[in-house]
Design a protein around this ligand. Structure first.
Ligand code: FES
Length: 108
């Protein structure tokens, strides 16, 4: 049975998240690792691994248009909806993430 999605607080603010130089971070929530991306002061969340061949997306980068680019074969996925912008037909699972007055929350 699928469990109901719940909101989890992951940080007190965006600036508390430990992003690497490419604006990406990994966060563990209840034993699941999620990739968090920052683009234009907005945060996005997606699965840890690329849907193509499982590379860690934290090692990629975010392009100027807000697509996450996998470092292994440079496939691009839109961070808002997971669409495979570069056209290979894969789909990246994304999660709702919101910055609220008291912290950053992710829905899993
Ligand atoms: S593993 Fe990500 S593009 Fe191939």
């Amino acid at each position: 049975m699928a469990s109901t999605p719940t909101w989890h607080k992951i940080a007190a603010s965006i600036s508390e998240i430990n992003f690497n130089a490419n604006g990406l971070a990994e966060i563990d929530i209840n034993g699941k690792t999620i990739c968090i991306a920052k683009h234009n002061n907005q945060v996005f969340a997606c699965t840890q691994k690329c849907p193509h061949a499982g590379a860690l997306l934290v090692n990629g980068h975010v392009d100027a248009l807000g697509n996450i680019v996998c470092h292994l074969h440079q496939y691009k996925f839109h961070l808002k909806n997971g669409r495979n912008i570069s056209g290979e037909g894969y789909f990246l699972k994304t999660f709702q993430i919101e910055e609220k007055a008291d912290g950053v929350y992710i829905c899993l």
